[in-house]
Structure formats: structure tokens, C-alpha cells
Design a protein around this ligand. Structure first.
Ligand SMILES: C[C@](O)(CO)[C@H](O)COP(=O)(O)OP(=O)(O)OC[C@H]1O[C@@H](n2ccc(N)nc2=O)[C@H](O)[C@@H]1O
Ligand SMILES: Nc1ncnc2c1ncn2[C@@H]1O[C@H](COP(=O)(O)OP(=O)(O)OP(=O)(O)O)[C@@H](O)[C@H]1O
Length: 267
């Protein structure tokens, strides 16, 4: 069975408080995008994972795909399986690629082995893996609070716009970004985002990570400015970076030529 775990972008991100467990409460809008990995699972004599595509760091047994499999196996005694992960979504990019792989693994196991796990229980498994992970279970535009795990759907449809995602040749560590965050009191609640046209977002919708991350990596701010110069209606860093997305009415021509060769450009 093959599935295609997709990336997300964060439209706005307000980090509102630090919790006693070290995590942060936030407000964000998750929006699924079509940039995707490919994940295949077959039954095999021994469990494992192989890779192709862009490099995935870390030991295979630490991969979030195997962590998701082991979590479900504990409760359901699954047979051994082999996964092949073709990685396309860059890591350290704020695009949630690893979280999506894990969430799609949970859904894949549920479907393949007919485990009858409810959506709520799938979200609980996902929350045990990472804060971004529960969103990818239902994978639809959602306003998120808590640590990113309390989700309510928003009627947000950007399909008449074009999206351009630019990833510089380096990533940003999520734990480091949270360590350096400056907390904010949101002046606009992202739960109301669908009521405001994209044309107004530039003034209303902020990502709190930008301040500290731009200071350390001015190149990321340059990408954002470039996207506005290219005619973006709205541009922002996604999550804790390092990728930046631009929302356009029409995509500018010759996009890759606008950025150096070692930048990934996805449209
Ligand atoms: C930046 C975002 O991508 C925005 O969607 C997410 O908040 C990050 O989610 P994630 O990568 O799934 O995060 P996890 O793997 O659960 O946590 C990585 C680290 O980020 C920090 N972390 C994460 C989420 C959160 N709400 N508060 C935090 O402080 C914690 O230090 C944690 O150890
Ligand atoms: N399946 C996987 N794909 C990518 N990275 C994985 C995976 N499993 C574990 N990891 C580890 O997780 C780290 C973060 O990867 P991820 O793709 O979630 O990027 P991110 O940009 O930090 O996402 P986020 O938006 O959640 O902050 C990687 O550096 C890698 O060591």
C-alpha cells in the first residue's frame, strides 16, 4: 500500500505562553499543501525502513514512521512490515514533513490491517508523536490551539491562488526556535481568518518566530521580501522556518531564476 504524506504551512502563528512542561501554547492555522513524500508499506519477515529522495537525518529506528508503527503495534500486535520512504518534503523547513509521515503511517496501518481505530484515537496516537502530528489525521484547514493539537476546522480555500514555497539551503531547529521565542498577545484571533480577505493578511497575520529567526538568519527575511517584490499578496515564514511561502494571484514567470541554485523552490 502506498500513501502520499503531504506538507503543511502555518498561516499565522502566535506563541502565547510557556507551559510548565516546557512546551508552548500557540494559535495557528494549519493549511495542507500538495508537496508530498511517498510512503510504501509491505508485509515482510522483519520490520524496517529504507529511504530514497532527499536525506533524512537520524537513525532509522528513530524515524517517526517506525515510531508510529511501534506505538500501534503495542496495542494491536501487528505483524512485521517494511516501509520505503521517498522523501521530498525538506526537513527543518517548518513544513511538518516528519509529522505527516507519522500521521499517514497511523492511517495506513488502520486501513491496511482494518484496526477500526477511531479518528479521535488516531489523533491521540499522533499527539504522542509530535505537536504537529494530529493535524495530519484529518488533514484539512484547521485553527489550532494548545500545543497545536486542539483543532477546529476553518472554511479556508486558497485554491484560486498560487502558492510558492522557498526553502533556503539550511534548516532551522524547532526546539532552538522555541527557546528564542518572544511571546505575544495576539491582536487578531486567527480563528477569524476566513472572514478576512487574503489581501488584508499582510497587516493582520503574523508569525511570532519571524522576529528571532530573521535576526539569526537574515537570508530568510530576504526570501520573504523577495516574494513580496515578486507580487505576493501575502508572504510568511512557515512554522519555525526555514521555508517561506508566498500566496500569489498568478505565479511570476521564471521562478527558479529568482533564487540561487541551492534554494528549493516548490510551486
Ligand atoms: C513550529 C510548529 O511546526 C508549528 O506548527 C510546531 O509547533 C512544531 O511542532 P513539532 O515539530 O511537531 O514539535 P515536537 O516534535 O512536538 O516538539 C519539538 C520541540 O519543540 C518545542 N515545542 C513544540 C511545540 C510547542 N507547541 N511548543 C514547544 O515548545 C519543544 O521544545 C519540543 O521539544
Ligand atoms: N519521516 C521523517 N521525515 C523527516 N524527518 C524525520 C522523520 N522522522 C524523524 N525525523 C527527524 O525529525 C527532524 C525534523 O523533521 P521534520 O520533517 O518534521 O521537519 P520540521 O521542519 O522540523 O517540521 P515542523 O514543521 O514539524 O517543525 C529531522 O531532522 C529528522 O531528524
Amino acid at each position: 500500500m502506498i500513501v502520499f504524506p503531504n506538507a503543511k504551512i502555518n498561516i499565522g502563528l502566535n506563541v502565547v505562553s510557556k507551559r510548565p512542561d516546557g512546551y508552548h501554547n500557540l494559535e495557528t492555522v494549519f493549511y495542507p499543501v500538495s508537496l508530498s513524500d511517498a510512503l510504501e508499506m509491505v508485509e515482510a519477515p522483519k520490520s524496517g525502513i529504507s529511504f530514497s529522495g532527499t536525506a533524512v537525518h537520524g537513525a532509522p529506528e528513530d524515524n517517526l514512521v517506525l515510531r508510529a508503527y511501534n506505538l500501534v503495534k503495542k496495542d494491536f500486535g501487528l505483524p512485521p512490515v517494511h516501509f520505503h520512504l521517498h522523501k521530498v518534503i525538506p526537513t527543518g523547513a517548518g513544513l511538518g514533513g516528519g509529522s505527516s509521515d507519522a500521521a499517514f503511517t497511523l492511517k495506513l496501518l488502520n486501513n491496511f490491517f482494518e484496526l477500526q481505530i477511531s479518528v479521535e484515537q488516531l489523533k491521540n496516537y499522533a499527539a504522542a508523536i509530535g505537536a504537529d502530528c494530529p493535524f495530519f489525521i484529518e488533514n484539512r484547514p484547521a485553527f489550532a490551539t494548545g500545543i497545536g493539537d486542539v483543532l477546529s476546522p476553518v472554511q479556508l480555500d486558497l485554491s484560486r491562488y498560487k502558492l510558492l514555497i522557498v526553502k533556503p539551503p539550511f534548516g532551522v531547529s524547532t526546539p532552538d526556535a522555541y527557546r528564542n521565542i518572544v511571546l505575544s498577545v495576539p491582536s487578531f484571533s486567527l480563528s477569524k481568518i476566513q472572514e478576512r480577505p487574503v489581501e488584508e493578511w499582510k497587516e493582520l497575520v503574523k508569525n511570532d518566530f519571524e522576529k528571532s529567526v530573521f535576526k539569526e538568519y537574515p537570508e530568510i527575511e530576504n526570501i520573504k521580501m523577495k516574494l513580496y517584490e515578486m507580487g505576493a499578496v501575502y508572504a510568511s515564514m512557515s512554522g519555525s522556518g526555514s521555508s517561506v511561502f508566498g500566496i500569489f494571484r498568478e505565479l511570476p514567470v521564471q521562478i527558479p531564476g529568482q533564487f540561487p541554485n541551492d534554494y528549493f523552490v516548490f510551486s
